[in-house]
Design a protein around this ligand. Sequence first.
Ligand SMILES: C[S@@+](CC[C@H](N)C(=O)[O-])C[C@H]1O[C@@H](n2cnc3c(N)ncnc32)[C@H](O)[C@@H]1O
Length: 247
Amino acid sequence: MPTTEATPYSRLATIYDHVMRHVDYVHWAHYVSSLLARHKVKPNRVLDLACGTGSLAIQLYRQKFDVMGADGCREMLDMAIEKARKLRYPIPFYHRNLLDLSDLPPCDAVLCLYDSINYLMSLEMIASALEEVHRIVNLNGVFVVDICTESNSRQYFSNMQSEDSGDGFSYRRHSYYEKGVQYNKFDIHFEDTDEVVKEVHQQRIYSLSAIEEIVDKSPFDIVGAYGGFGYAPPTEFSDRVHFVLKK
Ligand SMILES: C[S@@+](CC[C@H](N)C(=O)[O-])C[C@H]1O[C@@H](n2cnc3c(N)ncnc32)[C@H](O)[C@@H]1O
């Protein structure tokens, strides 16, 4: 069967919501809302950066936030735009790379969640993204960003293989973790065209201290760091860490 290689998310986009159907975006939106309240931020406008197919933005809209989304992958954004259109939710979506947020309106809260920042493969790139976000956040506004930890990568992505199928497609996924880089390889078979598309995703896994150091050098202050979806300080054993950075 012919196999073509596609850029990350460009073909996964159409099945992303199926692959991520275990993710509770309602809970995640409530959690984000609780972090904003905890840090006394009542945002007039929230930007969900690397918003993917817009699931979190949609939940935030339902929770009465004035929300916008941005993502670097056109195909993911198209899915987000279509979902919001069908629901008649007027959520603006922008095609933007984390490293260039030109012409986005100022916001009181910017989010970048579900390991999206891990796609930046160097601390220098994270520093540039922090500069960009800082430029568009209003004074006293916050940047809420999460990271996938090494513990999570070792536990769930160390040479893991899985397969699944849905309406008109099936996929095999091979995940592994090596020297601070997490790889996810997807082979997606689209049954209507009999085409196999391969996507390779790479995420750099950073230690908590590396992130803290790079934020310390940035114009942001760390005002909160939380393990998982709770409110306790993170450890290297947390699967995920949410940081709240203040301007
Ligand atoms: C794991 S998905 C998370 C999507 C969404 N936040 C969610 O919770 O479902 C990672 C997203 O990051 C986006 N992304 C990766 N690198 C990016 C970059 N440099 N600029 C903008 N978006 C990026 C991808 O296109 C993808 O939509």
